[in-house]
Design a protein around this ligand. Structure first.
Ligand SMILES: Cc1ncc(COP(=O)(O)O)c(C=O)c1O
Length: 348
């Protein structure tokens, strides 16, 4: 049975070009800075995102954590979105590993954190003599998954980062899906990263690499992040095998994200026509579709299980259902998935 796996864009498999590049990758020991393929990926990523330097990381979680540790000392405050991956899904790492105090602000439906709340959070925990909790970092997420893959605009990102800088606070951008944002907004990715102090992006989601993430920032920040990568056990040896796929991703997998966005819209339009299904986030901006089942007497878990029996996998998020389009999912797969949704619901 063919499986149409829409649970996440992490379900992507490397393209034939990536597998070939991985097979042929020139490698060395990256702990000595001697893996030429890792070095090439880092230079390419830094250039593409408009930063001085970059560091290849095993995962997005580690990229975020290394950036947080590079900017925050123990006992300092990190402002972040209540719906952000870093706050909800990264094991509380800033607090657990770094002794860093997370201050969550509720994301607006467009993924933003209200500027006045950022400003209040920065100064709100000190007495008149400036004693108390000191804010060191603001973290934004673009695109924001729980807000339905909505992209933050260049204008919002620049305004928030400029506001933070005015108070001596750095800004880190969790850009796990930053290229989805750039493609959806029709802007150069640099427009989304220009004012932030650091940005990471994921290679293992829509860009279809088997693993990896890249953190980009000023040279001094990357030097610190390199130490934290070591501390966290993320320094790898001949990782050029993985970085080779990353180079293919940056050169060949970005423009095609528009196809994933078209497929997500097609999926959303189709499921709106199926009685019993409704979108949770009405506008589809990128590759994420959040929706729900109502009035059919089926729980989310039951619906998800019945779809899986027929070869269509979606994710039960606990408060809604999620389908994510990605490399390897074609328009025909979306049509097939919609027909399976319909069959399951017509049979109850
Ligand atoms: C927005 C965002 N940031 C960070 C991560 C963490 O990436 P990784 O799974 O590579 O650790 C994810 C993973 O889903 C994510 O969605």
């Amino acid at each position: 049975m063919k499986i149409i796996d829409l649970r996440s864009d992490t379900m992507t498999h490397p393209s034939p070009e990536m597998r070939e590049a991985m097979y042929r990758a020139e490698v060395g020991d990256d702990c000595y800075g001697e893996d030429p393929t890792v070095n090439r990926l880092q230079e390419l990523a830094a250039d593409r995102l408009g930063k001085e330097a970059a560091l290849f990381m095993p995962s997005g979680c580690m990229s975020n954590l290394a950036a947080v540790l590079a900017f925050c000392a123990p006992g300092e405050q990190l402002i972040l979105g209540r719906s952000s991956d870093l706050f909800l899904f990264e094991s509380g790492a800033p607090a657990v590993v770094g002794g860093i105090h997370p201050y969550p602000i509720i994301n607006q439906p467009d993924g933003t954190l209200p500027l006045e709340e950022i400003e209040r959070a920065i100064g709100g925990h000190q007495n008149k003599r400036g004693e108390g909790l000191h804010t060191a970092l603001l973290c934004l997420e673009n695109t924001n998954m729980l807000c339905g893959g909505v992209p933050l605009t260049p204008e919002y990102t620049a305004t928030a980062a400029t506001l933070a800088r005015r108070y001596g606070v750095a800004t880190h951008l969790d850009g796990e899906r930053i290229f989805n944002a750039a493609v959806a907004l029709g802007v150069d990715v640099k427009a989304l990263t220009k004012e932030v102090d650091s940005v990471m992006f994921g290679l293992s989601k829509g860009l279809a690499c088997p693993a990896g993430s890249v953190l980009c920032a000023a040279k001094a920040t990357i030097a610190k992040a390199r130490d934290y990568r070591k501390l966290l056990g993320g320094a790898m040896r001949q990782s050029g095998i993985l970085a080779a796929a990353g180079i293919v991703a940056l050169n060949a997998m970005i423009d095609r994200l528009a196809e994933d966005h078209r497929n997500a819209r097609l999926l959303a339009e189709g499921l709106c026509e199926i009685p019993g299904l409704a979108l949770t986030v009405a506008k589809i901006h990128t590759n994420i579709v959040l929706f729900d089942i109502e009035g059919k007497g089926l729980t989310r878990a039951e619906f998800t299980a019945r779809l899986a029996e027929k070869g269509v996998k979606i994710l039960d998020m606990g408060f809604c259902l999620r389908a994510v389009t990605h490399y390897g999912i074609a328009e025909l797969d979306i049509k097939e998935a919609l027909s399976v949704f319909r069959q399951v619901l017509e049979s109850v």
